[in-house]
Design a protein around this ligand. Structure first.
Ligand code: MN3
Length: 203
């Protein structure tokens, strides 16, 4: 199948001043689109995979033919990870989560600020390119980071929020200051969407 990038639900400049318009445009229209294109090119070599979603492919990499497994891991991960990233940020974001996700975060970490520190640390301290994650594992919330484009789906987890810490996500505006970008990213997190994903993940 041809894997396509979902259109942004907001204008390029809608995340200003936290994430600048030029970064959003290049990140979504160039970086993300390239992952989807390369995934499509790889999967096209195996017509038997034509009906598989990217989530299905990533959830069982061992079932992916060996000659395209690395491409699916990298470009499929790149596609799926960015889909979640764009879905869970937006204008009018930020603040503290309500809903079931808010309750679950309080139950797990004692409060939002403690969770925020854990998630920020995972994202900021990821060495090199990667992602910070909030996932559901066996019904429980967990935070960790992953390298490159590795997806939590490949280890059986259900991601509900992610912070892209590849330099392309922040370098134009924040240069080497990853912690400043991560702090700003909290101001655009779309908690109602995260709550929706969380409720689906525990259902
Ligand atoms: Mn990215």
């Amino acid at each position: 199948m041809a894997y396509t990038v979902s259109p942004l639900a907001f204008a390029y400049d809608a995340l200003e001043p936290y994430i600048d318009a030029r970064t959003v445009e290049i990140h979504h229209d160039k970086h993300h689109v390239t992952y989807a294109t390369r995934l499509s090119d790889a999967v096209a070599k195996h017509p038997e995979l034509a009906t598989k979603s990217v989530e299905q492919l990533l959830s069982d990499l061992s079932a992916v033919p060996e000659d395209i497994r690395t491409a699916v891991r990298n470009h499929g991960g790149g596609h799926a990870n960015h889909e979640l990233y764009w879905l869970t940020i937006g204008p009018k974001g930020g603040g503290e989560p309500g809903g079931k996700i808010g309750d679950a975060i309080k139950a797990k970490w004692g409060g939002f600020e403690a969770f925020k520190e854990v998630m920020s640390a995972a994202s900021v301290n990821q060495f090199g390119s990667g992602w910070g994650w909030l996932v559901v594992r066996n019904g429980e919330l967990e935070v960790y980071s992953s390298l490159n484009q590795d997806s939590p789906l490949s280890q059986g987890d259900k991601p509900v929020l992610t912070c892209d810490v590849w330099e392309h996500a922040y370098y134009l505006h924040y240069q080497n200051l990853r912690p400043k970008y991560v702090e700003a990213w909290w101001s655009v997190v779309n908690w109602s969407k995260v709550d929706e994903l969380y409720q689906a993940a525990i259902a």
